[in-house]
Write a protein that binds this ligand. Structure first.
Ligand code: G3P
Ligand code: MG
Length: 253
């Protein structure tokens, strides 16, 4: 039996905003995913030096932008000028790093759901959890109140970031992200008031899903790109699948 608490999210989430066929964590990626029928998106969110939440996976800029060095050392005025698309292909040259404000507008306008992975630079966990939670409350609050939208699910590998998000905006749903189960991680998720755990897909067993569901926690899996494995997890009662394969899977719900 799955937990009784309401769970308003679609089963399928496009990983890094559908970022395999378009540059990850950009609006272009989410647009592409949406055009293929995806209605929920996972993205990685961190802070600029001046505390603006924006989308970027790595601590450094070189893999996915035309700049180098630590993202945390630049203000948003500088980050917003970077090219976050040209590395992927010429068609995406000039695609900007998106602010969380920009992504919120796209998600809300289209009635999509969002999983915000809090991806703080080392040492920036508390500030990231707090400022992202405050931004989410400001950006989504009215639409959620009017029942046109669901809150983004805030997830993180860093319990400190989730604790700070809870302190700043306790109403936002939280999930602890875990690559391999570490001692006490389930207890920590419960103590943080999480609604879910997001687990690396190979760590998931029938027993684990059963235990988490009995404890009242939903279970999501990343990164599920194999159709056979997706089918097994659905059979086991998984609550969410995060995938890169936006043109292979066609989300039905
Ligand atoms: O949120 C699940 C997944 O995105 C975690 O891994 O490295 O792709 O952010 P990563
Ligand atoms: Mg992520």
């Amino acid at each position: 039996a799955t937990p009784a608490r309401p769970w308003p999210y679609p089963l399928w989430f496009a990983h890094r905003g559908a970022g395999r066929h378009a540059p990850e964590n950009t609006l272009a990626a989410m647009r592409l995913g949406a055009s293929l029928g995806w209605r929920a998106f996972e993205c990685d969110v961190r802070l600029s030096a001046d505390g603006l939440p924006f989308l970027l996976h790595d601590d450094t800029l070189e893999r996915t932008t035309d700049a180098a060095g630590a993202a945390l050392e630049l203000d948003w005025a500088e980050l917003s000028l970077l090219d976050a698309g040209g590395w992927h292909g010429r068609i995406f040259a000039g695609e900007p790093l998106p602010s969380l404000d920009g992504i919120a507008a796209f998600i809300l306008r289209n009635g999509h759901a969002l999983n915000i992975e809090l991806k703080p630079a080392p040492g920036d966990e508390e500030r990231t959890g707090r400022l992202v939670a405050q931004a989410v409350r400001r950006l989504w609050g009215e639409a959620v109140h009017d029942e046109q939208a669901v809150w983004p699910l805030l997830s993180s590998f860093r319990p400190e970031a989730l604790a700070a998000a809870r302190e700043a905006a306790p109403e936002l749903p939280r999930a602890l992200l875990v690559e391999t189960l570490w001692p006490d991680c389930i207890d920590i998720a419960e103590r943080l008031g999480c609604s879910a755990m997001v687990l690396e897909q190979s760590a998931i067993t029938p027993e684990l899903i059963g235990r988490l569901h009995r404890d009242g926690l939903r279970v999501l899996a990343y990164t599920v790109n194999d159709p056979g494995r997706a089918g097994e997890l659905i059979e086991l009662g998984i609550d969410g699948l995060i995938s890169d394969e936006v043109d292979r899977f066609v989300p039905a719900d």
